[in-house]
Design a protein around this ligand. Sequence first.
Ligand code: NAD
Length: 286
Amino acid sequence: MTIEIRRVTVLGTGVLGSQIAFQTAFTGFDVTAYDIDDEALTGARDRFAKLAATYGEEVAGAADGKAEQAAAEIVLTSDLAAAVRDADLVVEAVPEVLAIKQEIYKQLGGLAPDRTIFATNSSTLLPSDIKDFTGRPDKFLALHFANLVWKYNTAEVMGTPETDPEVFQAVVDFAVAIGMVPIELHKEKAGYVLNSLLVPLLNAAMALGAGGYAEPEAVDKTWRIATGSPLGPFQMIDVIGLTTPYNILVNGGEDAQQLAAWLKANYIDKGKLGLASGEGFYRYSA
Ligand code: NAD
């Protein structure tokens, strides 16, 4: 049996959902994007228009109206039943709140055809936390994108022990078809590959800064020169935005909370939130 994926529905049209829907439409799939109400759908339209402009500037082959066409072809709806009625694959990118995810999977299980594969883009939950709410654990797995999918194009694919290997392979093939580089995980791991590497690095950098061992610039310089990496860890945090690590650290143990307090007092309270705000560990010109 070959599993064919042609019609894709994306749930949630926020930061990541809008990018996943747009990239999928841009690469030739039929895409439906679902969000909760008209206000959210208006926001989605704005995001798609902005993505079309960005693709026009940054993505090969996106000129000549191809990006605008992709945006125009995405079907937007706040009717969940209509959104998934004929979907081969549903990619879920709703807020990172377990109760919201569980609720939407409970509904989905009864609304989507039996053949439909469900994939979660969750960054911090394991698919095993969700699988029992899907009604089809064999057709459920994680497909995790990185922010700015058109240039940071990894797609981490991670199943549970119950995921059908053919479903896993179909999702790997789909990732390739939409221009991603699939990263296959053989077992469930919080943080997948990327954040298993990145989070300890960023925390170690902040511990050096907060502990007064070295200035952020010196930490970054060391990492760049000695490893050949283009960016140091503090430059990476500026790109991510300081509030994301802050929100994670402030809920952690004693050491993590000390790092959070350092970030807050020295940067966040002074409006230094990272690249998007014009200043974080570094100052950026418009
Ligand atoms: P976001 O807050 O930007 O967007 C969430 C969207 O879901 C909003 O459009 C919201 O209206 C919609 N929504 C809210 N309740 C809903 C419901 N009950 N049903 C359907 N839609 C609902 O969030 P985001 O940053 O795009 O994150 C979405 C998912 O993607 C999360 O699981 C997150 O872990 C993951 N993710 C985020 C990033 C990132 O950098 N932001 C990167 C990788 C993965």
